[in-house]
Design a protein around this ligand. Structure first.
Ligand code: IPM
Ligand code: MN
Length: 355
């Protein structure tokens, strides 16, 4: 039996509810895949502020170094919004990404055939969409120095070093090699020096991947093209803030932000989380969609633990539950046979996955 240590950060809002369902699915495949999962909980965000006074306790930073992968729910909520910036839940998450060195954020946007009617776009535009957004996660304007909020002016700086661009470009090219071998690098090189720099380095790294078709697009155009004709994209490579914005836009192609997972990988242990937030407005009601988090453990099995068969098992179980017409509230308007709660959806997927 293989044994993996999983760090678990449930977080705030709907975080605990959806993470519990993902763990339920992991436990359900344990016997049939001959894998044992050993969990340890860590605090982050609002939950950490309430318990320790800071959003990223030292114990969490140390603890996640000792596990094989980290499963994360979501953080944040109105309760902590008025705190100083460095004490806010979001600062905890950014600090954790930096501490873990997870510079590559993979955000797939796929459209499940079963949910092709759930998108606000026409089925012919979205059916078959399969995009991988590769977002640089530990640099750019999120982390650039200097930064300041003064009385009469405020500024942030968008900074990228050569090494930072090189390594994220390599991640994108490597992923594209296993897909349709097309990379579209998104920037704002018509205005920003940092983007022209990004573009030049991506071109440089591309020389090592002659089989890949590389294109460049300005971010404003990319936002438009994602809505106009999403199927033109295979891998989108972009920086931190553009990737943040474009991945939210891309997620809606699938019909609900509650469906899409993400993986943050890089220098060591990876962090796996749904791309949505903590949704405080629906927390505690048992209506959140656990699929994004369940799909995140599938990415964890595939990318961090090399357990492809277990990952496939979970992916098929998600598809089957949708094909059978089970829907949480966010997607209940689309070909639903039965509207189910968060825990029911988790149990249904766990059950299919264990067969
Ligand atoms: C995300 C979130 C975070 C980000 C926030 C919560 C700091 O929006 O993971 O996309 O901007 O990166
Ligand atoms: Mn975001």
């Amino acid at each position: 039996m293989r044994n993996y240590k999983i760090g678990v950060i449930k977080g705030d809002g709907i975080g605990p509810e959806i993470v519990d369902e993902a763990m339920k699915v992991l436990d359900a495949i344990s016997a049939v895949e001959d894998i044992n999962f050993e969990y340890s909980d860590f605090l982050l965000g609002g939950a950490a502020i309430d318990a320790t006074g800071v959003p990223l306790p030292e114990e969490t930073i140390q603890g996640v170094r000792r596990v094989d992968a980290v499963l994360f729910g979501a953080i944040g909520g109105p309760k902590w919004d008025s705190l100083e910036r460095h004490l806010r839940p979001e600062s905890g998450l950014l600090g954790l990404r930096k501490a873990m060195g997870t510079f590559a954020n993979l955000r797939p946007a796929i459209v499940y055939d079963e949910l092709v009617n759930a998108s606000t776009l026409k089925p012919k535009v979205v059916s078959g969409v399969d995009i991988m957004v590769v977002r640089e996660l530990t640099g750019g304007i999120y982390f650039g120095q200097p930064r300041e909020q003064g009385k009469d002016k405020a500024f942030n700086t968008m900074v990228y070093s050569k090494t930072e661009v090189e390594r994220i470009a390599r991640v994108a090219f490597e992923i594209a090699m296993k897909r349709d071998k097309r990379v579209c690098s998104v920037d704002k090189a018509n205005v920003l020096e940092v983007s022209q720099f990004w573009r030049d380095i991506v071109e440089e790294i591309h020389k090592d991947y002659p089989e890949i078709e590389l294109s460049h697009m300005y971010v404003d155009n990319a936002a438009m093209q994602l809505i106009r004709e999403p199927k033109q994209f295979d891998v989108i490579l972009t920086g931190n803030i553009f990737g943040d914005i474009l991945s939210d836009a891309a997620s809606m192609l699938s019909g609900s932000i509650g469906l899409l997972p993400s993986a943050s990988t890089g220098e060591g242990v990876g962090l796996f989380e749904p791309i949505h937030g903590s949704a405080p407005d629906i927390a505690g009601q048992g209506i959140a969609n656990p699929i994004a988090t369940i799909a995140s453990v599938s990415m964890m099995l595939r990318y961090a633990l090399g357990e492809e068969s277990a990952a496939n098992r979970i992916d098929s179980a998600i598809k089957k539950s949708l094909a059978e017409g089970y829907r949480t509230g966010d997607i209940s308007a689309f070909d639903a046979k039965e509207v189910v709660s968060t825990t029911e959806m988790g149990s249904i997927i766990a059950n299919y996955a264990s067969k």
